[in-house]
Design a protein around this ligand. Structure first.
Ligand code: ZN
Length: 149
């Protein structure tokens, strides 16, 4: 089975190999719902790497490091393709960031990060399924429990 390609774009970013159904969350992270650029969300595409994948294609938009880190939490192992003038000029695989800083909210209402002007910071304690622990109160958060900042 060959990877299904979504229509090529001239300038922009393609986020490929997103786990099935996670593309909507990725689009939300990027604020693409209200973005003026053309956005294509492909769901449940066939893929030889991960069998079924989602992909998001954004015209005329590049992603910041912070946005890439956020996507890395929702879709670790996604592939980012940066396209200029119809050619892929950069292609790389996302990784889970080692420190999750200012990305995820702590669920503990008494945590210092919810009561003082302190940035959230989590450390990854397990990759699959993803589990992370708050640096300050040690509350653990598991997959799909994340509220992004
Ligand atoms: Zn905490």
């Amino acid at each position: 089975m060959r990877d299904k390609k979504i229509n090529p774009i001239y300038d922009g970013t393609v986020i490929d190999h997103i786990p099935p159904t996670k593309s909507i969350q990725v689009a939300q992270i990027l604020g693409l719902i209200n973005h003026k650029s053309e956005v294509t969300i492909g769901m449940n595409l066939s893929s030889k790497k991960i069998k079924i994948k989602d992909a998001v294609k954004i015209e005329n938009r590049s992603l910041s490091g912070r946005e890439l880190n956020k996507i890395g939490i929702i879709a670790p192992n996604a592939t980012i393709n940066i396209i200029k003038h119809g050619k892929v000029i950069k292609k790389f695989k996302l990784k889970l960031p080692s420190n999750i800083e200012r990305i995820v909210k702590c669920k503990n209402p008494n945590c210092i990060t919810n009561n003082q002007d302190t940035h959230t910071l989590f450390h990854i304690t397990n990759k699959i399924p993803l589990v992370m622990k708050c640096h300050y109160c040690e509350r653990s958060l598991e997959n799909d429990e994340f509220d992004l900042v």
